[in-house]
Design a protein around this ligand. Structure first.
Ligand SMILES: C[S@@+](CC[C@H](N)C(=O)[O-])C[C@H]1O[C@@H](n2cnc3c(N)ncnc32)[C@H](O)[C@@H]1O
Length: 220
């Protein structure tokens, strides 16, 4: 099913998929305790959907850039930020828009069309983003995220451990600790694993659990 159709189904009260019952503020408190969050950080939330994490980060005073390609999800995300805010909407190119309000920008486009300078972000919050991408797009996504993250910056990766461990079925695709450190965010690529949690949030999706990996970029 295309992402546009998934969002129409979710909005019409259908299967809530990755959304139901997940309290992402728990993740904020957890990564804050790890010393990863500090005042005034620049944070990127790729493939954000209408994640509650975005308004939560924003309410804490961080500069947030969210990215989502489905207009319906962008509208829901904007409404979660409160009705009273004035948004400036810029048409960047065909099918791409930038919605900005004080220290929050929502880039409505494919993540691969993001036009943001290298080394902009202190933290990338990736919940069900890498794990939702088509396998063929992973390598380009990893390169892009690596480029956008500062040296010393962090990746908070939330992804699914599927009971069937089927690496080819998805989204959500199966991603486990071994894959994270030995295939995707490897030392060779410049990352070190800070910590991992295997039951940080209840997973609302059947037959899978949600894991958190906190990684630091230590070199370009
Ligand atoms: C599994 S959902 C996760 C949403 C959010 N991160 C969360 O956990 O609540 C994946 C989201 O990515 C969006 N998406 C898929 N491919 C994308 C792409 N290439 N660029 C931007 N957004 C994309 C979908 O529309 C969907 O909202």
């Amino acid at each position: 099913m295309a992402w546009e159709d998934i969002w129409t189904d979710i909005t019409n009260g259908g299967n809530q998929r990755w959304k139901s019952g997940e309290q992402e503020t728990i993740v904020y408190d957890y990564i804050e305790k790890q010393g990863v969050i500090s005042d005034g950080m620049k944070i990127l939330v790729p493939l954000a959907g209408d994640s509650h994490f975005v308004p939560h980060l924003w309410s804490k005073g961080h500069a947030v850039a969210a990215n989502e390609m489905v207009p319906l999800a962008v509208e829901t995300l904007k409404s979660l930020c409160g009705e009273s805010h004035v948004w400036e909407v810029e048409h960047v190119k065909l099918g791409s828009k930038k919605h900005s309000t004080e220290h929050l920008t929502i880039h409505e486009c494919s993540v691969f069309d993001l036009d943001i300078p290298a080394g902009t972000f202190d933290l990338i919050y990736d919940k069900d983003a890498f794990g939702a991408l088509e396998i063929a797009d992973r390598s380009e996504y990893l390169k892009l995220m690596h480029r956008l993250l500062k040296v010393g910056g962090y990746v908070a990766l939330l992804c699914r451990y599927r009971e069937d461990k089927d690496r080819l079925a998805g989204p959500p695709f199966h991603i486990d600790a071994d894959m994270v450190v030995n295939e995707f965010w490897t030392e060779e690529r410049g990352y070190q694993l800070i910590c991992e949690e295997h039951s940080i949030l209840p997973s609302a999706m059947p037959n899978s659990s949600l894991q958190l990996f906190l990684l630091q970029k230590i070199k370009d």
